[in-house]
Each structure stands twice: as C-alpha cells, then as structure tokens.
Ligand binder design. Structure first.
Ligand SMILES: *Cc1c(COP(=O)(O)O)cnc(C)c1O
Length: 344
C-alpha cells in the first residue's frame, strides 16, 4: 500500500500543513511561564475578541483545559452535574475526581446532547451536611457531532444563574457548531462562564486548547495549569499554529460537514447498515457485532482506517478530500459484495 491511507478514525489525526509549519517557524516566541511569549499574547487577544470573554489561557490538551476549568470552579467535595456521555465524565480518566477531589453527578443525555432540565434541577443538591455541594453544571457542544439546540442551552444556563451556579462548556468542537449553525462563536459562548476550545480537532493544529472566561477564573486556572504540569515554555509555536488555523481552517469546516453528509448518503445507499446518522463532521453507523472485526480488516486492506464498533464513528477532517470519500465508499461497497458472495 503506497497510497496514503484514508484515516476516518478521528479529526485529531491531521498533520500540520506546510503553511501552518511555516507560520510556526516564523513566530516570535518567549518563555510563556514567565509571561514572555508575544505570539501567545496575540492568540489571547484574538480568542477573547472572538469569544467575547475577558481572558484566555492556552493548554497543551483539551483534557487538561477542562480539568483546570472544573477545578477553577469547584473545590474538594463539590459535585459537577453533566451528561452521562460527556467527554469530561467518560473520556478524561476521571481526572477531576482523582486530582481535584470533585465528584460527578451524571444525568442521561438526550440524543441531541442536551440535559433534560428537570433532571438537572433534581440533581442539584440541597444544603444538607449529608450531601456533596453542587459546584458546576457542564455541557458539551458539539455532542457526537450534533449542534446543541440554543433554546435548551439557554434554559440550562438560566437555571444555573437562578441557582447561582457556574456553567462550563466543553466546546472542543464549538468551531464546527458555529460553522454548521451560522451562529457566531461569541453567541455560542455567551451563556457560559467558561468555555474550552480545541485547536487540535477540526482546526488541525498538532496541539492546543484554549480556556476562556472571566479574568478572575482564568487567574485561578493559570495556577492550576502550573500545578497540573501544563505550563509550557515557547508555547508561541503552538499559539502560531492556532492563529494560522483561525485564519485558514475555520470556514473550511463546512467542507468537512459536506463530505460527512456525502459519506452518510453513500453508506445509506449501500443498504448495509440499518441506521446511518450524520451531524457536522461525524457519521455514526450501526454494524452487527459479529461483522466488526472483518469489516475493519477489509477496510484496512483497502487503505481505509476506521475503528469499527457496533456503534461506529467516522470523522471527516482537513486531510480528507472528495476522492477519499469515494475511495472509502468503494471499500465499504466491496465488503458488501464479498459478504453477499459468501452468503450465496
Ligand atoms: C477531544 C475532546 C476533548 C479534549 O481532548 P484532548 O485529546 O485532551 O485534546 C474534550 N472534549 C471533547 C468533546 C473532545 O472531543
């Protein structure tokens, strides 16, 4: 296989483009722990303007960014209300509990990623010595690629305000949400006290997530970032990649969404999978458990990388073009032919 593989496993697999690498190597840098890095300062000016928040802070990863945010809002013994399928709850190794002494109160997500408002209200603890203290509500946008409906977000934010609780958004893919919905990132961030934004997903940088919020919260997060081992030195290299991505890789997310829609359409046309759903840059399909391993191996032979599970997620990104979608669809179609031939 000399052809470049078509990697549909995640939008994190992108390599920096030559133009991004050039921007990184041209960036003026300094020691960011000393507050000396001019490119990091420029990133903060741009991101605070884009999000309408007072202050910003760069982290190596989204996981550390969310962890510092949760720890900035909550003390030991506090509890976070969030979705049972939220990344912060299910995919960050329980960091807030392990490292922050913070417990989780998961609520079942609706398929659109929102949390039923009555379930959130029920999850809020009363002032009782037996209970943990509710310290934070957390949402995620996009959620499995789905853009959260803004009225449900507003309702949850209004409840948080009524109860005097902070509310955090895991906005790892908020850029996709903004491009797909036509709603400005600032408006998506407005209901939240803090928002974490990933640059290493659809925007294609090798690393980098930014937390935005009030000056006071970001000052707490700065100390926490140091404590968590996330204070980097010439961080301007990453900030330069982020600035380049904001200039060149945001609007083009619409192409990822269009290609994911084409992939979903093509897969539906094959009639092999009962349920094919697509939202922004993600396609989900149901694969019978006993066919997963064979399908994954068949695709890999054809140069298509995908993690095939009973609920398979395929993700489009900067390194996937129209020809790659056609190639992937041909490979899926070839499996159907092979399986049908065996069955006959
Ligand atoms: C990727 C992701 C993160 C952060 O992940 P890192 O790999 O640590 O950068 C957080 N939330 C969601 C929803 C994500 O998809």
């Amino acid at each position: 296989m000399t052809e470049r593989p078509v990697d549909l496993r995640s939008d994190t697999v992108t390599r920096p483009t030559p133009a991004m690498l050039a921007a990184m190597s041209a960036a003026p840098v300094g020691d960011d722990v000393w507050g000396d890095d001019p490119t990091v300062a420029e990133l903060y000016r741009v991101v605070t303007r884009l999000t309408g928040k007072e202050a910003a802070l760069l982290f190596p990863t989204g996981t550390q960014c969310n962890l510092a945010a949760v720890m900035a809002h909550c003390g030991r013994g506090d509890e976070v209300i969030l979705g049972r399928r939220a990344h912060v709850y299910a995919h960050e190794a329980g960091g807030a509990s392990v490292l922050g002494g913070i417990s989780f109160c998961p609520v079942e997500n609706r398929p659109d990623g929102t949390l039923p408002i009555e379930a959130v209200r029920d999850a809020v603890r009363s002032d009782d010595i037996h209970h943990p203290r509710t310290g934070l509500i957390c949402l995620e946008n996009t959620f499995n690629g789905v853009v959260l409906p803004s009225d449900a977000v507003a309702e949850t934010a209004a409840l948080a305000a009524e109860l005097g609780l902070p509310i955090h958004l895991d906005g790892a893919r908020a850029w996709n949400a903004a491009v797909a919905s036509g709603v400005a990132v600032e408006a998506l961030c407005a209901p939240f006290d803090t928002v974490s934004l990933c640059f290493s997903k659809g925007l294609g940088t090798p690393a980098g997530s930014v937390l935005v919020g009030s000056g006071e919260t970001i000052r707490r997060a700065l100390r926490l970032r140091k404590m968590l081992g996330g204070g980097m030195r010439q961080s301007g290299l990453f900030a330069a990649a982020c600035l380049h991505a904001l200039d060149h890789h945001v609007e083009r997310l619409a192409e990822d969404h269009r290609r994911a829609a084409a992939l979903a359409e093509g897969l539906r046309g094959l009639g092999m999978f009962g349920d094919v759903r697509q939202a922004t840059n993600m396609v989900f399909l149901a694969v019978p458990r006993d066919r997963c391993a064979r399908l994954e191996a068949h695709l890999a032979d054809a140069g298509i990388l995908a993690a095939i599970r009973p609920s398979t997620r395929l993700v489009t990104h900067l390194d996937i073009d129209d020809a790659d979608i056609d190639r992937a669809l041909r490979a899926f179609a070839g499996f159907d032919a092979a399986a049908t031939a065996r069955a006959a």
